[in-house]
Design a protein around this ligand. Structure first.
Ligand code: MF3
Ligand code: CO
Length: 251
């Protein structure tokens, strides 16, 4: 069942989104070079606590961390580790889901460490992931169909010559991190449930420089590309209204 959020739920999700976006936006001021993904996770954990945000990944199944940090050919669900130290030119994807007074926001952003030889290429990959998210979100309006979002994301990614990951998807969000519906990043427009004002969804394109096939690493979490091409991932939590999308994680 897709839940329609009332005013109270929407105002809590709005606060969750605003506080979470402060954290991820401020990460661009953090010197990544030489830090480990575990260091970055500790910074995020501290910032969540300061704002009374509760991590929803920590304690989710076997997951024990406040963020997912995925580097280069890791697409999503990278597990923070003391051993993973950021190098010049790395593409670091940070994904955090947290709740405020019981209501969640979910958000991911990309960061490039320093300046690698491939900086321009990587920035283009990240930019297309963002454009795909915006293209999908522009279809998130009452009266539209769920797969209008999916088709718009896929079109943007493939027009730029990149791959769109099929095995993971965006999702409804609210009291739980993952609610119905599943928001695919590919598909034909005009299908699936009708979108209604008060639905809240996380749109999160995962895109690859090469082939879109992925696998889960032996740690049981980290999703990597089969061909070792690099991937970008961006995510926003969005409220659907009669006048289009409201980005709860871009306030
Ligand atoms: N925040 C992630 C999402 O976008 C959830 C990852 S599940 C985890 O849906 F347990 F790996 F964190
Ligand atoms: Co998500």
């Amino acid at each position: 069942m897709i839940t329609i959020k009332n005013k109270a739920a929407i105002s809590k999700m709005t606060v969750a989104g605003k506080l979470l976006s402060e954290i991820l936006t401020d990460l661009k001021n953090v010197e990544m070079l030489g830090k480990s993904s575990a260091d970055l996770d500790r910074i995020i954990e501290l910032e969540l606590k300061k704002r009374n945000l509760v991590s929803r990944t920590k304690g989710y199944m076997t997951y024990r961390h406040s963020s997912c940090i995925s580097v280069n050919d890791e697409v999503v669900h990278g597990v923070p580790s003391e051993k993973r130290t950021f190098q010049n030119g790395d593409l670091v994807k940070v994904d955090v889901c947290a709740s405020w007074n019981g209501y969640c926001a979910d958000m991911a952003r990309c960061f490039v460490v320093g300046q690698g030889e491939r900086l321009a290429q990587i920035e283009k990959l990240v930019s297309v992931a963002e454009q795909a998210l915006f293209a999908g979100a522009s279809m998130a309006k009452a009266g539209g169909r769920l797969s209008d979002i999916s088709a718009a994301v896929q079109q943007k990614v493939e027009a730029a010559g990149y791959g769109v990951v099929r095995d993971f998807a965006g999702h409804g969000i609210g009291k739980s991190m993952h609610e119905e519906p599943e928001v695919l990043n590919y598909g034909k427009a005009g299908q699936g449930p009708y979108l209604q004002a008060g639905m809240t969804i996380a749109i999160e394109p995962m895109i690859t420089e090469g082939d879109y096939h992925v696998y889960v690493d032996k740690d049981g979490w980290t999703v990597k590309t089969v061909d070792q091409s690099w991937a970008a991932h961006v995510e926003d939590t969005i409220l659907i209204t009669n006048n289009g999308p409201v980005f709860l994680t871009r306030q």
